[in-house]
Design a binder for this molecule. Structure first.
Ligand code: FES
Ligand SMILES: [Fe+2]
Length: 441
């Protein structure tokens, strides 16, 4: 339970007027409250089960600003622990990833099992006899954890709804990123290693961008012209094939704060070649498409492009297929982590092909990602100006456009809209003002 907030939060966002204060992108005070009220309570993406396939495997991740350990214990159960010793707080794990029977603190060598239990205390009998109840001093574990089709999510709040309830109707779109290309449920793995880098941006600029801001495609014009799509052919990215003969875009948002951009492909949903320079890759994807259509029928028309699961996890459902997290790293700093996904049982040559495509497109050296970072970095810096910060941003795009209730659940727009962003900030503001989860449901 946290105390009710006083202004400015109730006035920082005005979704009805379509304005958002620049202050929420630069203020240290707002940022500190976000860490508790948003990141301390919401479901956050932590990692992927494929990163820890064996007992004893661990992957060090983050929740908000804090280091956490995702690990698989000896009995094969997955845990998420705060990476801090219960004695004086030193990190008990200083590696990014690995396998261990124990997490031994480097400071005074207290040791914890991969199930979090405090199992070793130097000179225990002499120094702590009759005092230290080890069972009370395990690693701090998240309140709830969910392995959803291999993606691992966690929250610190025991009152939070289940992850599936939290995800709501955004589920079928996230599924597209997590499910096999041929429509089987789950089955993905992370390849490439996890790309991590820091950008001088507020985390919300990035999260908002992936709610379905296709309005910004103009900033990718140069890379679209040279062609860095999967086929590496110029102009392919802008070919708009989903629109042929009855296909259309949908922008959807949900009360939980999530928002996304997907495509309903043309009813015929024919395979459209995209890898013509590479017959082996082409035939793999064509076979996947055919199998998916046979397995899912009409539902196979849905192609999820981008989305953000509130607050800070985004996805590319199609290509470059990935989950990424905008870790808050200060009011004006974000640590970005990208997890690239492939079907675990895809042929090796498909994985090799995708690996080079992912790196060409994404990450600090990826050409499209560089465009986005330029925009967010300058926007963040500009928001901090003494004069500039007095003026709110405009979020009025498609304010009066009709919202449709079909063809998928959620509030659907058939034209580019900032309603997804207005909805995101409405939810953000509610979180900042809510005293507990019960008022957020
Ligand atoms: S801080 Fe870990 S053993 Fe002292
Ligand atoms: Fe972009």
């Amino acid at each position: 339970m946290v105390a009710a907030l006083t202004p400015p939060y109730p006035h920082a966002v005005d979704p009805e007027k379509g304005t958002v204060s620049r202050e929420i992108f630069v203020s240290d005070a707002v940022y500190r409250d976000e860490l508790e009220r948003v990141f301390g309570r919401m479901w956050l993406f932590v990692g992927h089960a494929s990163l820890i396939p064996n007992p004893g495997d661990f992957f060090v991740s983050r929740m908000g600003e804090e280091s956490v350990i995702l690990c698989r214990d000896r009995a094969n159960a997955i845990h998420v622990f705060l990476n801090t010793c219960r004695h004086r707080g030193m990190k008990v794990c200083r590696y990014d990833q690995g396998n261990t029977p124990l997490f031994t603190c480097p400071y005074h060598a207290w040791s914890y099992g991969t199930d979090g239990q405090l199992v070793g205390v130097p000179q225990n009998d002499k120094l702590y006899s009759g005092v230290l109840d080890r069972a009370q001093w395990s690693l701090i574990e998240v309140a709830q954890m969910r392995n959803y089709k291999g993606s691992i999510w966690a929250t610190w709040d025991p009152e939070a709804p289940s992850f599936i309830e939290y995800l709501g109707d955004a589920k079928q779109h996230l599924d597209f990123a997590l499910d096999a290309r041929d429509g089987r449920a789950g089955g993905s793995e992370v390849i490439c290693g996890v790309q991590k880098w820091v950008v001088p941006s507020n985390w919300k600029f990035a999260a908002e961008n992936f709610l379905g801001d296709t309005y910004h495609n103009v900033s990718h014009r140069s890379v679209d012209l040279i062609g860095i799509g999967p086929s590496a052919r110029s102009g392919v990215k802008g070919r708009r094939d989903p629109y042929q003969e009855g296909g259309y875009d949908i922008w959807v948002n949900y009360p939980e704060g999530h928002g996304l951009h997907s495509i309903m492909r043309a009813p015929a949903n024919d395979y459209i070649p995209a890898f013509r320079d590479n017959p082996a890759i082409e035939s793999y994807y064509e076979a996947c498409h055919t199998a998916r259509k046979a397995r899912l029928g009409e539902a196979a028309r849905l192609v999820a492009l981008t989305g953000t699961v509130f607050p800070n996890t985004s996805y590319h459902g199609n290509q470059p297929r990935s989950l990424f997290v905008w870790h808050p790293n200060g009011a004006m700093s974000t640590e970005v982590w990208r997890f690239f996904l492939v079907d675990a049982d895809a042929p090796a040559e498909v994985k090799v092909f995708l690996r080079s495509y992912y790196m060409r497109y994404s990450g600090p050296a990826g050409m499209t990602e560089q465009d986005d970072m330029e925009n967010w970095n300058y926007a963040t810096a500009a928001s901090a100006g003494t004069i500039a910060r007095r003026y709110p941003y405009n979020y009025q795009q498609s304010m009066n456009a009709i919202q449709h209730n079909d063809p998928v659940p959620g509030r659907v727009s058939l034209q580019i809209t900032e309603e997804n962003a207005r909805n995101f900030y409405r939810r953000w503001q509610d979180c900042m003002n809510a005293t507990s989860w019960s008022v957020l449901r």
